[in-house]
Design a protein around this ligand. Structure first.
Ligand SMILES: Nc1ncnc2c1ncn2[C@@H]1O[C@H](COP(=O)(O)OP(=O)(O)OP(=O)(O)O)[C@@H](O)[C@H]1O
Length: 830
């Protein structure tokens, strides 16, 4: 005890005095003092947070009722305050629950639901009411009309912070022109310094909620975001928790609350993705941890002295010679037919053979006979000789003092397992000494069924390895130890013991913890994703396209993962180039459950992951090799979960949860790989263009010179460039008709020469001013407004050519369009 404590203890009445001042604090009172935790730390921010809470609720409520959201937000200057009005066309709130929704903190419909929604805690909107009453002293004015109701309800209320209950000053029915929905009016001390954040929030909400109509009117600006689709997001369904990642405390609570009696029933009833087979696997994992596994030893080979039959025969009395021999041999034969056998397996063998032989000879093999047979057969199997017992005292170095020649069966078995599992460089004698030490653990076990948990096995292997290092002066490293543990654990067998009942587990923390570990260790199908509503890669890309004018877009949606029993999906998108600002760092847009995260960028797992990626590998600049990359890029990340782990109640930043960070990284990398391909291609095309430009200048000059010197015609430059650059060349040849019949007809030949080494598929459209005739196979012509569109798809292997032919009047003009080959790899002479 410290002197201060002793002084305090001596002073009479201090504890009582302190106790007099101690009292429960209501949650409302707590948040009144700690409003920053809810995102109301300043006037500027408070306004953005209030808008965010109201709009998120409006979107949630409308979607839940399959209504396409129509949301109106208005901010008015009202004397010294700002008035915030948010109206929605949602289902409305009933007269009974409305006061609690707005006047009581921690009241909501989503806290217990495992379903993706923007709201989670039941704090948001009541906190906005609290902030408004605190700064303006005015009550919240709420109007709500439920679907099908002829009138609306109107309330004026505040939060009674002592009681955390609504204090209603006005409650009346009224009329409202909206058929259903909710209107909130809050006055608060605020300013518009966070205007940019407010606009971003509304704009980005529109990007990821293309089914919503949003309107914002504030003192200096007015925006309308019309809906881009009438398709509501996939409806989500509530699910049970997934066994991966549920915490011990939650499982204990669930064990106490369930109606199931058996663990198997509990697992199947209370968790998602657990059927009978998965429950069995979880229970096996539980057994391994709770009871340990039993070591399965090799049966004696015919040349070994160990004789199971003789041992059983000697221990069986009064069953008649023939029955005894059949019993003993029946056991020995079954044992020797196995690769390995554990104690409980041997017990089953004894039971079965006893029943069989008993039936055959009309005699009963009672439990004592069976027990003795099991004991003697096991002793023979593990090479346990009663006579050796005295000698078997451990020496200081962990080996026993018996003659080393007299190697026990289990030492030989452990030697073989360890020798296979460790590197070939280890000396035989060293491995042997190690096996002897390890065998000591099994021999010394009180439980002679040779049961060990994995942890106990690990420490036994560690002990044997430590002693070997110490006395045999060799290294027995971590990898060797782990390999030996793995090899032995692999041959050990899960025991069939009955699992405790649910009510026993509920009051046994250690056993419950074994169950939780078992749940985590079992391979279980990913949770169903019907509880989640990802934006989907296609809409992420479309959303980015709508908002940012770039040259390149990519998006990725990952499969669902599990964290804390809650499924989650991460999506990422990247936009690059175009009108995006080339100066400065890339823009990182963060979303959680379709809500843009505006504040605390630096404290968010998303930002951390973006910073940790080596962006230079993907073709972006990253000064110093870490941090947010620079250049004309937007990186967007969306985390959808039934319970997003935010760093605080203000829901600004996602916490550093490893499973989620891993998925964020994988999603970003998936999109970034596409960016890299695009940038690589762009770079190589740029080089091609430069080379082509140089050739385009030099070649004509050379051709002219050569023609001058040789006196020949100048060769076709385009042909040469195409060949040098390994391009695809499309050449038009016009041949006059033969003068017969229709004298002014020409033959058009479009020749495609593929000078590259890869197969190329070209879509060629030749727009002709006169009707084409006799088109070669595979081509077609369609007339539109006096022009003929000749279409031809040519599949040309590397190094080969293909020709389209048709006839047309010699006066015709042509306009060719080629698709399917990058402009830089294409030469057209037409
Ligand atoms: N505009 C609305 N229309 C219909 N119901 C609403 C509306 N706003 C709120 N609610 C109901 O009131 C509850 C409480 O809302 P509140 O904003 O306090 O918490 P939340 O949205 O559930 O969670 P969070 O604290 O994470 O925002 C919601 O769960 C919802 O059931």
């Amino acid at each position: 005890m410290t002197s201060l404590q002793s002084t305090l203890g001596d002073e009479p009445g201090i504890a009582e005095e302190l106790a007099d001042n101690q009292r429960a604090i209501s949650i409302a009172e707590f948040f009144e003092k700690n409003k920053h935790m809810l995102g109301f730390d300043s006037g500027a921010r408070g306004l953005v947070t209030a808008v965010k809470e109201a709009v998120d609720n409006a979107l949630d409520a409308a979607e839940e009722s399959s209504i396409l959201p129509d949301i109106y937000v208005e901010i008015q200057e009202a004397d010294d305050y700002y008035r915030l009005i948010v109206e929605d066309n949602g289902p409305g709130i009933t007269k009974e629950s409305l006061p609690k929704v707005f006047g009581k903190l921690l009241y909501g419909s989503r806290f217990h639901a495992r379903e993706q929604s923007r709201g989670q805690q039941g704090i948001g909107i009541s906190a906005a009411v609290l902030y408004s009453q605190l700064t303006s002293g005015k009550p919240a004015k709420i109007t709500s009309r439920t679907q099908g109701s002829s009138e609306a309800e109107y309330f004026e209320l505040i939060v009674d912070t002592d009681e955390n209950e609504p204090e209603i000053s006005v409650a009346e029915t009224t009329t409202w022109d909206r058929p259903h929905g909710t209107r909130i009016e809050l006055e608060m001390e605020a300013n518009m310094r966070a205007r940019a954040q407010l606009h971003d929030y509304i704009k980005h909400t529109a990007v990821v909620n293309p089914h919503a109509r949003l309107e914002l009117r504030e003192p200096t600006a007015h925006f309308k975001f019309e809906r881009a689709t009438d398709q509501l997001p996939e409806e989500t369904e509530e699910i049970r928790p997934h066994p991966h990642g549920v915490e011990l405390g939650t499982v204990i609570k669930m064990l106490a609350a369930t109606d199931s009696h058996s663990v198997s029933g509990f697992l199947q009833e209370e968790f998602t993705r657990v059927g009978k087979k998965t429950a069995d696997s979880i229970i096996d994992e539980f057994r391994d941890r709770h009871f340990g596994r039993e070591m399965a030893w090799k049966p004696p080979a015919s040349h070994e002295a160990a004789d199971v039959a003789a041992a059983v025969e000697n221990s069986t009395a009064n069953k008649g010679a023939k029955a005894t021999t059949d019993f003993a041999e029946g056991i020995a034969d079954t044992v020797s037919s196995r690769d390995r056998i554990a104690h409980h397996e041997l017990s089953t063998v004894v039971e079965e053979v006893a029943d069989e032989v008993g039936d055959e000879y009309g005699t009963t093999f009672g439990s004592t006979v069976r027990e003795k047979a099991l004991e003697s057969a096991w002793a023979a199997l593990v090479g346990h000789d009663e006579a050796d017992e005295e000698d078997n005292q451990d020496d200081q170095d962990g080996t026993d003092a018996t003659n080393p020649e007299d190697v026990s069966r289990i030492v030989a078995d452990l030697y073989e397992l360890s020798d296979d599992a460790t590197s070939t460089r280890k000396d035989d004698e060293v491995v042997h000494a190690f096996a002897v030490r390890l065998a000591g653990t099994f021999e010394d076990l009180e439980d002679d069924r040779h049961r060990l948990t994995r942890k106990a096995l690990e420490s036994a292997v560690d002990r044997a390895a430590d002693l070997t290092e110490e006395y045999d002066d060799v290294a027995f490293g971590d990898t060797a130890r782990e390999n030996v543990v793995e090899a032995i654990w692999d041959v050990m067998v899960t025991v069939p013991d009955d699992t405790p009942l649910v009510r026993e587990l509920a009051s046994d923390r250690d056993a419950a913890s074994d169950l939780v570990e078992g749940m985590r260790a079992t391979n279980i199908m990913a949770p169903p994703t019907r509880c989640l509503s990802p934006i989907t890669a296609g809409l992420v890309e479309a959303g980015l396209k709508k908002e940012f004018d770039a040259d390149f877009y990519a998006a990725a949606t990952r499969d669902a993962g599990v964290s804390g029993g809650d499924p989650f999906i991460v999506e990422a998108g990247i936009a690059y180039g175009g009108d995006l600002p080339a100066e400065g760092t890339a823009d990182v847009l963060r979303f959680a459950n379709r809500v843009p995260l505006v504040y605390q960028r630096g404290a968010c797992a998303t930002t951390d992951v973006v910073k940790s990626i080596g962006w230079r590998n993907y073709g972006l600049d990253q000064p110093g090799g870490s941090g947010i990359p620079s250049g004309p890029a937007v990186i967007m990340v969306h985390v959808a979960s039934t319970n997003v782990p935010f760093t605080s109640e203000s829901k600004d930043a996602i916490a550093n949860v490893p499973e989620i960070e891993d998925e964020i990284e994988l999603a970003i990398r998936e999109a970034a790989r596409e960016l890299k391909r695009y940038l690589n291609k762009r770079r190589s095309m740029q080089k091609r263009r430069q080379k082509q430009n140089v050739l385009g200048k030099i070649l004509p000059e050379m051709a002219e010179k050569v023609a001058e010197v040789t006196g020949r015609n100048q060769p076709n430059i385009d042909d040469a460039v195409a060949r040098i650059m390994n391009n695809v060349l499309v050449e038009r040849h016009l041949e006059d008709g033969d003068g017969g019949g229709d004298g002014d007809a020409s033959t058009v030949k479009l020749v495609v020469e593929n000078h590259s080494s890869t197969n190329e598929t070209l879509e060629i459209t030749d727009i002709v001013s006169a009707e084409p005739q006799n088109l070669s196979d595979g081509a077609s012509a369609v007339e539109m407004d006096g022009e003929w569109f000749v279409s031809w798809e040519a599949d040309v292997p590397g190094g080969e050519e293909a020709t389209l032919e048709y006839e047309v009047s010699s006066e015709a003009s042509f306009d060719i369009d080629v698709k399917g080959v990058d402009a830089e790899k294409l030469t057209i002479t037409s």
